[in-house]
Design a binder for this molecule. Structure first.
Ligand code: ADP
Ligand code: MG
Length: 330
């Protein structure tokens, strides 16, 4: 009977969490099971959104309040593991990924819903950076977090969605889903393949062009891989004809210059996400070196002239649109 052998239709679910659109596509599973599993992921994301929020009251804001008072803070295991991973990734990135700079992100209005009309003054930025808040000051021992510096304020915005996409895929797998794609804005995780059966065609992801409608190219994403993109086109305000975006260089407190977008593939979602941010800030001159330090083999960077830089592994993986210009090899 044809009706019994036909593969089930793909199931698409969309919901808001982490202040953005999240999308789950499940293939090769019965509709009811796919819906149940997607609903569980939505619940997980909402929980993590509450626990990890950098400014709405929750577990992380309680930790930040303790840090500001110079007190130790109890941290539950899942959040502690993410903060510990954020510290390792921050050190590997030479501090370019610096989730201890919550005060700087708040100053630029990347915390909260209201956007600034103009950039902060050099004095305001210097005040926030003077104490050099960074993850070296943060210590996690026996479920207690301490900071040597009360100026540290944790903001996991550059790592949370990548971590969540991986955790969501793991939850789907535990609920009997074998083939799915989870996207939390620019942080995407593949489970199984797009064909919904063993040996099916792989998931394929379009990489958005940072300045035009359409894509730069596309990559296959294999089972258990995450892809993260950071771009200057997602969140920014214009002032006096200049674009002030949300990816801040910890060395001078300004929006990082020289890059329009970075895309990274790695098996660890948190690492892909943090590295996309770090490599954006590293820029064309340093991105290969920082990628190697962060154990990233697959990376792409678009510089401010729109030229594309690829690591060798990414060059072998990506299919570029014909009009894309590659940067001259260094
Ligand atoms: P998106 O949130 O658009 O996916 P990212 O993953 O790169 O982009 O995270 C950007 C957010 O991370 C910013 O909104 C800000 O809160 C924070 N951030 C900005 N610069 C840095 C940095 N150098 N290190 C760590 N976090 C940063
Ligand atoms: Mg990121």
């Amino acid at each position: 009977m044809a009706a019994c052998t036909r593969a089930p239709e793909p199931v698409h679910v969309q919901f808001l969490a982490f202040g953005t659109l999240n999308e789950i596509t499940v293939v090769g599973a019965p509709e009811a099971r796919a819906q149940r599993a997607a609903a569980a992921v939505e619940q997980l994301f909402n929980q993590q959104h509450r626990d990890w929020h950098a400014w709405q009251a929750g577990a992380l804001t309680r930790i930040n309040a303790n840090i500001a008072r110079g007190e130790a803070a109890p941290v539950e295991p899942a959040l502690g593991a993410l903060i510990a991973e954020a510290k390792r990734l921050s050190l590997a990135s030479e501090g370019l990924f610096n989730p201890a700079l919550g005060k700087l992100f708040a100053l630029w209005s990347w915390q909260g819903e209201e956007r600034r009309a103009a950039p902060p003054t050099p004095d305001e930025i210097a005040t926030v950076l003077a104490a050099r808040p960074d993850m070296r000051a943060v210590h996690l021992v026996d479920g207690q977090l301490r900071s040597d510096k009360p100026t540290v304020q944790l903001d996991l915005g550059a790592i949370a969605k990548g971590h969540a996409a991986e955790a969501g895929a793991n939850l789907l797998a535990r609920m009997g889903i074998e083939h799915a794609l989870i996207a939390s804005a620019g942080d995407i995780r593949a489970l199984g393949n797009a064909g919904g059966q063993p040996g099916g065609r792989p998931w394929r992801i379009g990489i958005r062009h940072p300045r035009r409608a359409g894509t730069l190219g596309s990559v296959e994403l294999h089972d258990g891989e995450s892809v993260s993109t950071s771009g200057d086109y997602e969140r920014y305000f214009m002032h006096a004809g200049r674009r002030y975006h949300h990816l801040l260089d910890p060395r001078d407190g300004q929006p990082a210059r020289g890059t329009q977008a970075v895309t990274v593939i790695h098996r660890e979602g948190a690492r892909a996400d943090a590295a996309a941010t770090a490599l954006f800030i590293a820029g064309p001159g340093d991105f290969r070196r920082i990628a190697a330090r962060m154990d990233i083999a697959l990376a792409l960077l678009v510089d401010d002239a729109g030229h594309v830089y690829l690591t060798p592994a990414m060059a072998a993986r990506i299919t570029l649109e014909p009009e894309v210009t590659l940067a001259a090899a260094p």
